[in-house]
Design a protein around this ligand. Structure first.
Ligand code: NAP
Length: 266
């Protein structure tokens, strides 16, 4: 598998791997520039990550054509959608985002007003595609029924230690791409013995195995890395393959574990 792209229902394509940027605050611009140099083509951010202006600077410094890069932004549950989209674009120094998500469902609802706002932002040309994050299957359906349009992406916490076949099957049926956040378990489970065994067999690292597991499941991992060696390591995943047996073993590690406290979709 090469650094390929995945089709969105709307016809646009999404890189199969992206750079996460929560707390990517140590020379953000330099880290982003390095990631783009290596070949990353998607960057995930949000206003509370502290990385948006540095990402913009890194993009400009890299000289990469804007159309080659896929930028994911998010609006917060208490935001006025159009204002928030413009705020984020201002910080990034961009005129559009490729994908904008509702960061999490607002308390007690599916976020119909936020979704309506994102539809408007797309109609205004400020964002190309729209989706959600931290949504259950039920909330995705509620939103879809209310506005007549399903999100193209649901971004959720996802690793061998915490994932859901039910959610993935639900999204596959509706042509919704599942994006995996905290795919490296925030480095908390990298020392797992079984993971280490599989990694050792391939001469790879546990982080590379968890990224590869996502790629082979068709889910889109967003590993965050500030250290240059991590940025490089996490992209060096297109020249090996996990066997069916190894994939099954990784699937079976599921214990609904979460680095953030609990899996938002369960
Ligand atoms: N939608 C949401 O609600 C939501 C929530 C959480 C996260 N996210 C997104 O998903 C991204 C990734 O999730 P995350 O930041 O929570 O955690 P993560 O990507 O699972 O883990 C990041 C941690 O792993 C370390 N690391 C990276 N590559 C490594 C490697 N090859 N070997 C050893 N350690 C390595 C990083 O260190 P260094 O940084 O020091 O290199 C950092 O401490 C976020 O940055 C954000 O973009 C979205």
């Amino acid at each position: 598998m090469s650094h390929s792209t995945i089709a969105l229902r709307t016809g646009r394509r999404l890189p199969c791997l992206g750079l996460g940027t929560w707390k990517l605050t140590n020379d953000t611009a330099g880290a982003v520039e390095e990631a783009l140099r290596i070949g990353y083509r998607m960057i995930d951010t949000a206003v509370d990550y502290g990385s948006q202006s540095g990402i913009g600077e890194g993009l400009r410094r890299s000289g990469a054509p804007r159309d080659d890069i896929f930028i994911v932004t998010k609006i917060e549950e208490d935001d006025v959608p159009l204002d928030a989209v413009r705020r984020d674009l201002d910080e990034l120094g961009l005129d559009h985002a490729d994908l904008t998500l509702i960061h999490r469902p607002p308390p007690g609802g599916a976020g119909e007003a936020l979704w309506e706002g994102l539809i408007l932002a797309r109609e205004s040309g400020l964002v190309r595609d729209i989706g959600v994050s931290n949504y259950t299957a039920g909330l995705v359906d509620e939103l879809t029924v209310a506005l007549g349009e399903a999100p193209v992406v649901n971004q959720v916490e996802w690793s061998p230690f915490g994932h859901s076949d039910h959610l993935q099957a639900h999204h596959q049926d509706r042509d919704i791409v599942l994006m995996a956040y905290s795919p490296l378990t925030r480095a908390e489970r990298l020392g797992d013995a079984q993971l280490g065994q599989i990694a050792g067999r391939h001469g790879r690292t546990p982080a590379q195995v968890m990224i590869r597991w996502n790629l082979q499941r068709g889910t889109v991992p967003l590993p965050k890395a500030n250290a240059a060696r991590h940025i490089q390591e996490n992209f060096a995943v297109f020249d090996f393959e996990l066997s069916e047996d190894e994939m099954r073993r990784l699937d079976d590690m599921n214990e609904a574990w979460s680095a953030l406290g609990s899996l938002a979709y369960q």
